[in-house]
Design a protein around this ligand. Structure first.
Ligand SMILES: Cc1cc2nc3c(=O)[nH]c(=O)nc-3n(C[C@H](O)[C@H](O)[C@H](O)COP(=O)(O)OP(=O)(O)OC[C@H]3O[C@@H](n4cnc5c(N)ncnc54)[C@H](O)[C@@H]3O)c2cc1C
Length: 441
């Protein structure tokens, strides 16, 4: 990161008593935090991002969806993306175990807009660019600073207790946005984490160099390749002749012969012919990594003086590469809600009820599609054979256009798979009486 606006220690971040002369504290400088910080800074708010790591740092989650275009455009990132060396992505395709590949979903066939081409990003570099962009807009960043806990005063959040270089100090601001990612920093402290037991999978992944790529438009395609019992591979071509490769499946399936991650990956690669063929000329070039138990939603999106965005609010199984899109859109929407609350001089939880409701509406569409994907009775091919007219709606969901009415699509999906009802939580943490008053207005 360049030094401009990036503080290694609090000179512009307060004074001897470690105050914080800012309107908003943003916990975490990933895609959600960098977006929220950039939007708020563009609106003239003074923002301080507290980031534990020093960028660039490693992160999984490389495949973007076309609708990432709009929040990226909002914060002035599109030109920077075009000038980058990130691989261009035009489509997603599905490969069966015997190696047959579905007709790719080419985004431009459905969507005549520059957004129809998106990117496969190396996250260390993408996240660095995003945070640098936020500092160019005027946000300040405190790197290598770990938030230890929320500062609460009678249930109202008024900042963070932060540790940097062995020193612990408070930072205070009228609003804190938790964009700290999948550990659910605020949601854990507040006791708001609600796991999704149906999406309790394990992911094991690594990177290959020199593996096979398809040609032309298909070179940057994401391939989702099937395994038994609804397990699946992601195959994501990145720059520098590197491919991100991961397997997601039930714990019992993956660990049936033991817990050696390399052995599991090797065994599963042989179970899908398309994956085995494409990896054949390549070699692993990174350690194998694993994560488990990962889908959840916080019971609330906000409390008094506190808003949650990105993975810190909710994490959904990555089968449709929706994580970064959800981080960008929630970061942008949270920033707007916070700006309006600051203008009104009221940062109580009720102010963020609409933010939670709007965001969860789009999220529910993606969640339904994820549930359908894992249902034994569901396949995209069968759905489109019976309902060819729904190809447009399905592609809309797959590209991240989540504002549509997907009623007809999910009515048809229900013929094949269980579609879950919307979760009844994810709104703001307000008293029942306040909620009732709000719903009557
Ligand atoms: C196996 C797997 C595969 C995935 N594949 C994809 C994919 O292909 N496409 C896609 O779009 N998404 C994918 N995702 C999801 C994607 O990684 C996340 O949704 C995305 O990174 C969320 O962004 P964020 O800004 O909310 O959080 P993060 O990117 O996690 O950023 C959070 C930041 O907060 C910082 N932080 C955390 N705690 C603290 C603290 N206490 N103090 C200070 N700073 C802190 C962290 O250092 C980090 O920089 C995948 C996820 C997994 C697990």
């Amino acid at each position: 990161m360049p030094e401009s606006g990036v503080n290694t220690r609090g000179s512009t971040v307060g004074n001897g008593s470690h105050g914080c002369d800012c309107d908003v504290l943003v916990l975490g400088g990933g895609p959600a935090g960098a977006t929220a910080a950039a939007v708020l800074a563009q609106m003239g708010r003074s923002v301080l991002v507290v980031e534990r790591e020093r960028f660039p740092r490693y992160k999984v989650g490389e495949s973007l969806l076309p609708y990432c275009y709009f929040p990226l455009e909002r914060i002035g990132m599109i030109e920077k993306m075009r000038e980058s060396s990130f691989v261009k992505k035009f489509s997603v395709q599905f490969a069966s175990m015997d190696g047959r590949v579905s007709t790719p979903f080419y985004f431009h066939q459905h969507f005549d807009h520059p957004a129809a081409q998106t990117w496969q990003v190396e996250r260390g570099e993408f996240d660095r660019m995003m945070l640098e962009n936020a500092t160019e807009k005027g946000a300040r960043v405190l790197m290598g600073a770990t938030a230890k806990r929320l500062l609460l005063d009678d249930g109202r959040c008024n900042g963070l207790l932060v540790e940097q270089d062995g020193e612990i100090f408070p930072l205070r601001a009228p609003v804190t946005i938790d964009c700290g990612g999948r550990h659910g920093f605020a949601a854990t402290q507040m006791g708001w984490i609600v796991p999704d037991p149906h999406l309790n999978k394990v992911a094991i992944w690594t990177y290959y160099r020199g593996a096979r790529r398809d040609s032309g438009y298909d070179e940057g395609a994401t391939t989702v390749a099937y395994l038994p019992d609804k397990g699946w591979f992601w195959y994501i071509p990145l720059a520098n002749d590197t491919v991100s490769l991961g397997v997601v499946a039930e714990r019992d399936y993956l660990y049936r012969d033991g817990k050696d991650l390399d052995a599991i990956l090797k065994r599963e690669i042989q179970a899908n012919r398309w994956i085995a063929d494409h990896l054949e000329p390549g070699r692993p070039c990174e350690p194998t990594r694993v994560t488990a138990e990962y889908s959840y939603r916080s019971r609330y999106c906000a409390g008094d003086g506190l808003v949650l965005a990105g993975d810190a609010f909710t994490f959904l199984d990555p089968v449709f590469s929706s994580g970064v899109l959800l981080a960008l859109t929630s970061g942008e929407q949270a920033a707007h809600a916070v700006d309006a609350a600051l203008t009104a001089g009221d940062v109580s939880a009720a102010r963020f009820e609409t933010y939670g409701a709007d965001f969860c509406r789009g999220l529910e569409a993606m969640r339904k599609l994820v549930y359908a994907f894992y249902d034994e009775g569901f396949s995209f091919g069968d759905l489109l054979k019976r309902h060819p007219r729904l190809r447009g709606a399905l592609t809309d969901c797959l590209i991240g256009n989540l504002s549509e009415d997907f009623g007809p699509l999910f009515k048809a999906v229900e013929e094949f798979a269980r579609v879950p009802p919307p979760l009844l939580y994810g709104g703001a943490s307000i008293e029942d009486s306040e909620a009732a008053a709000l719903s009557n207005t």
